[in-house]
Write a protein that binds this ligand. Structure first.
Ligand code: SF4
Length: 501
């Protein structure tokens, strides 16, 4: 067996953020924003916020915590306006602090605007240097983006707010690299932007009296909007009195769709639709593909709640091995209660998951999960199942080995923290303590999406990054330098940390 990192896991990965925007003249939209953010809570649970405009002024409210902790009826009643954007955050660059909660707000020479960002910029140092910002002055890539737009806006003296914000964006956006699905608002208009690769989703919905933008389609449903279409990679939408206008800040050659394939695997809600596909059905097909590729003799197929369940259903359907529930999830344990200390990590898993002993005891189990990132949570789950009496535990993973860090809005840590970066499948199997382990192939995963020919980012599986990524990122600190060596760059091969105990 090789070596793996002992760095904190917190379930091994951190989700992207959720963004929401609404323009509905004549209505007070703050309650709708709160509903929309509830529908996007799974994308970020560190902080939530909203910026509202009544056409005269903009008010921003944001705080640390869940949507239900940040907003109550009293606060919502004070947020009056027909135009608003909202955000749920998980920090991928910048610390988890109030200052980095979104939306980010600027008042540039009297022109107010707010921006909410899902994704990660990859050229932060270059952008900050170009405007003379000292390293570390911007507290996050989103803060830097707001600063860039604000400076451009301040220079567009004398224009109307709507024209000025869009003009500033048309100049700033082509300078940005990386992943950014954005919603912005000034006093008069709502703006939606998707980067030229469309790493993160963003969709457009129609109300009887207005428009909605959201990271995922269930947020349209809850707002009472019907789905119009996905915002296209490389598109900027301006929504205001004149309706919905489409702009293209990038030349066509720069536009190359690369939707994050992990939105299909686990990031987005199962009832979301991407590339025209409902994700629950796609995840069931991933399980079917997995059963075809990696069959085994067993008595029951169990999914790791929640995101492993649909693939477990598919595995069962294709293999004929009965599906059953073997693990129960405590839905009231937040991430705050997952202790990051390695010695206590198994306790964190036990707080969140509990085995159904009668269902498990004496049985040979196929256990289906969506991914293994650092391995320690999987190892704790396997140990828990064995303690509950499982006779055999055969792990089946509905995605390929996760070998490279993500720079586009999912924080899985550095390469040395990824168990599959240095270990072969057999070594990982030994480490997690399973009887067998198999991953879904990349081809089969793409086939299961139902849109195999669509553009996907799969850089964390292949090391082939669609855009250049620097070796040093904002999240790297002097004590913990970036040590990745993605394709197309140079750097030292990471030295794995000692094995976790
Ligand atoms: S690197 Fe992986 S997690 Fe990140 S955007 Fe690409 S596919 Fe998604």
């Amino acid at each position: 067996m090789g070596q793996v990192s002992t760095l904190p896991e917190s379930e091994g990965r951190r989700e992207a953020c959720g963004v929401f925007g609404i323009y509905a003249p004549g209505r007070s939209v703050a309650p709708v924003v709160v509903d929309g953010l509830h529908a996007l809570q799974h994308r970020g649970q560190e902080s939530a916020g909203m910026a509202v405009s009544d056409g005269q002024a903009m008010v921003v409210m944001k705080d640390m915590g869940l949507v239900s902790q940040v907003f109550n009826d009293y606060k919502i009643a004070g947020l009056v306006g027909h135009l608003a954007i909202g955000h749920t955050r998980y920090s991928t660059t910048g610390s988890s602090s109030w200052h980095n909660a979104q939306p980010m707000y600027r008042n540039a020479g009297g022109s107010e605007f707010a921006v909410a960002h899902n994704g990660n910029l990859t050229n932060v140092e270059e952008l900050a240097g170009a405007i003379g910002m000292l390293p570390g002055t911007a507290t996050s890539d989103s803060d830097l983006m707001a600063e860039l737009v604000g400076r451009e806006l301040a220079m567009s003296d004398g224009q109307e707010d709507q024209g000025a914000l869009v003009g500033a964006l048309m100049r700033v956006l082509p300078q940005l690299q990386g992943a950014f699905s954005l919603v912005l608002a000034d006093r008069d208009c709502l703006v939606g932007v998707r980067d030229p690769n469309g790493f993160r989703p963003l969709c457009l919905g129609r109300l009887d009296d207005g428009w909605v933008l959201a990271s995922e389609t269930p947020a349209l449903d809850i707002a009472g909007a019907h789905f119009v279409r996905e915002v296209e990679p490389g598109e900027l939408l301006v929504i205001g009195d004149a309706g919905c206008e489409s702009h293209r800040p990038w030349p066509p050659a720069k536009v190359q769709p690369k939707l994050c394939i992990f939105e299909f695997v686990y990031l987005a809600r199962p009832d979301s639709r991407l590339y025209g596909q409902e994700l629950h059905a796609a995840r069931v097909r991933m399980g079917e593909q997995l059963a075809e590729q990696s069959p085994t003799s067993a008595d029951m197929v169990v999914g790791v709640p929640d995101s492993g369940i649909p693939a477990a259903e598919g595995y069962s359907r294709k293999s004929g091995v009965p599906f059953g529930h073997g693990l129960v999830k405590n839905r009231y344990i937040g991430r705050t209660f997952i202790d990051p200390e390695p010695g206590k990590r198994a306790l964190g898993v036990r707080r969140k998951l509990n085995p159904l002993r009668e269902a498990i005891a004496g049985r040979r189990l196929v256990v289906v999960d969506d991914s293994i990132v650092r391995g320690t949570t999987t190892r704790a789950i396997v140990a828990m199942l064995r303690e509950a009496g499982a006779k055999e535990v055969h792990l089946r993973i509905s995605s390929p080995p996760y070998r490279w860090p993500c720079y586009f809005g999912v924080d899985t840590g550095t390469r040395s923290e990824l168990i599959a970066a240095d270990l072969e499948v057999g070594e990982i199997c030994d480490y997690v303590g399973a009887d067998s382990l198999a991953y879904l192939s990349l081809d089969a995963l793409k086939k299961a999406t139902g849109v195999a020919g669509a553009g996907f980012c799969d850089a964390c599986l292949t090391g082939e990054y669609p855009v250049p990524v620097p070796l040093r990122q904002l999240r790297s600190t002097p004590e913990q330098p970036a040590r990745e060596e993605p394709s197309g760059t140079t750097g030292d091969r990471p030295v794995p940390a000692p094995a976790a105990q």
